[in-house]
Design a binder for this molecule. Structure first.
Ligand code: G6P
Length: 472
């Protein structure tokens, strides 16, 4: 087994499972943009990515990608149902997102979660060099740091949570709360998106485990575990370059024409998820149409909703409700050849996505709760001429940084309607200033800056960081 000095562990591998005819694998943009963040580093050092390749059955053997070894972890059909769809996405996901849907607790799901985390820890232990840096990602794998430390105390272990970490009142519901906290505390450094999450975690470490804790450090036996906020970002320069390409600009013009050359285009782009506030947004839009504040002829809404976790009951119900509502709104307010909402569930390639961002005068990102929301950041990065307005939920992690956006509380229907109207009617000078400030921020705080700041805190011997900075 080949050994690596840097190991990234995530539920999903960062590559497309459709291997090209010549057997080559292409980097796929994994959700959260981890690939672009780590790409420069992974190429410079013997690195392995441990993850699930999708599907069930024996783990496929995948070719290296740009010199990075892909170590697949298999899931059985039971693991898929009870670990991924069950404990990860029907217990933790709703609980961590303010319980906007009811989290379900089943002992069988917890058993599967433990079993799969153990499998990931063992796979990681096999491929890590002595003293290697291991970076474990997200809520699917919260037990891995603790399990891995038992197997390999020599490793430097980091954990990063991409989703929100809830306040004690919610987390305390979890039947196995102590085990989950202990699992995360196996890490040397635990990263969160927001300072509030680190605060919640510190409070719980004291409340549940009786450990001495501040918002920066937690004492665990003879170790100190550091915690902190490291807001994840995007490859700002790459998105800006893509959005500025002549073919993308031409595609945006054509899209606008195909939409009937309206005065204003509003875009929303979400994974089909109950945390994204799609229903609340549709209701606000429908009321603005009914009151005549927004007219179908002048304004179009493009709602892209990418199907997600389709076998989980709450997701199926959500999709039916959204599709019924889109149908109702189009039936009531659309005209022949002029729908009120252009509703799409198909995947887009990056260039098409950039063209959509460029055509959107207003981007409406209004989740009820979101760890970060990289779509909001991508939109800003794509507005290379500093036009456009971002309508952003206060409950998205991105709001802590993009405070020049039109911020709204998506639970407040009147506030949501007013926010949308303000964004639609924004004076070009005002929205230009806001966009410029946000773009500057994202150029300084891009995904490489994120990886660098996290890894420099994790790897205080500095050996990996030296390699990262030498690659820009
Ligand atoms: C969120 C999570 C990621 C996850 C992504 C897509 O962004 O933080 O870990 O990969 O959603 O969800 P999926 O269930 O398709 O992996």
């Amino acid at each position: 087994m080949r050994q690596s000095s840097l190991v990234v562990v995530a539920n999903r591998l960062p590559i497309d499972d459709s291997v090209a005819p010549d057997g080559a694998c292409e980097w796929r943009r994994s959700p959260g943009g981890l690939v672009s963040a780590l790409h420069p580093l992974l190429r410079q050092t013997p690195a392995t990515w441990v993850g699930w390749a999708g599907g069930t059955g024996p783990a496929p053997v995948l070719p290296d990608v740009d010199g990075v070894h892909m170590q697949t972890v298999p899931l059985t059909a039971d693991d898929l149902r009870d670990h991924y769809e069950g404990f990860a996405n029907a217990t933790l996901w709703p609980l961590y997102h303010d319980a906007v849907e009811q989290p379900e607790y089943h002992r069988r799901w917890w058993e599967a979660y433990q079993r799969v985390n153990q499998r990931f820890a063992e796979a990681t232990a096999e491929v890590a060099d002595p003293g290697a840096v291991v970076w474990v990602q997200d809520y699917h794998l919260q037990l891995v740091p603790g399990l891995l430390r038992e197997l390999r105390p020599d490793l430097r272990i980091g954990f990063f949570l991409h989703v929100p970490f809830p306040p004690p009142e919610l987390f305390m519901q979890l039947p196995r709360r102590a085990e989950l906290l202990r699992g995360m505390l196996g890490a040397d450094l635990i990263g969160f998106q927001r300072a509030q999450a680190a605060h919640n975690f510190a409070q719980l470490a004291t409340k549940v485990l009786g450990l001495p804790a501040t918002d920066r450090r937690i004492g665990v036996q003879d170790r100190v575990v550091r915690i902190g906020a490291y807001p994840v970002s995007i490859d700002t320069a790459e998105m800006a370059a893509l959005a500025g390409r002549p073919d993308v600009t031409a595609r945006a013009r054509r899209l606008r024409h195909d939409l009937g050359d309206p005065e204003r285009v509003i875009l929303s782009l979400d994974r089909m998820d109950y945390t994204k506030g799609i229903e609340q947004r549709l209701k606000a839009y429908s009321e603005l149409l009914a009151s005549g504040d927004v007219k179908v002829r002048d304004t179009v809404l493009v709602q892209v909703a990418m199907p997600s976790r389709e076998r989980v009951g709450q997701y199926q119900i959500l999709r039916e409700r959204i599709e019924r509502e889109v149908g109702r709104i189009n039936g009531e307010f659309g005209r022949v050849g002029e729908p009120a909402i252009h509703y799409l569930t198909q995947p887009f390639d990056r260039a098409e996505l950039a063209a959509l961002y460029r055509v959107a005068d207003v981007m409406a990102v209004t989740p009820l709760r979101d760890g970060m929301n990289l779509v909001a950041k991508e939109y800003v990065a794509a507005r290379v001429d500093d036009t456009g307005a971002l309508l952003l939920s206060e409950f998205a992690g991105a709001a802590a940084e993009l405070d020049q956006a039109y911020l709204v509380n998506p639970h407040d229907l009147e506030g949501l309607k007013q926010g949308l109207l303000s964004a639609l009617r924004a004076a070009p000078g005002d929205s230009g200033d806001r966009m410029r400030a946000m773009r500057d921020h994202l150029h300084r705080h891009d995904i490489r800056a994120w990886a660098r700041s996290y890894l420099s805190a994790l790897d205080d011997t500095g050996s990996l960081l030296t390699r990262l900075s030498s690659t820009g």
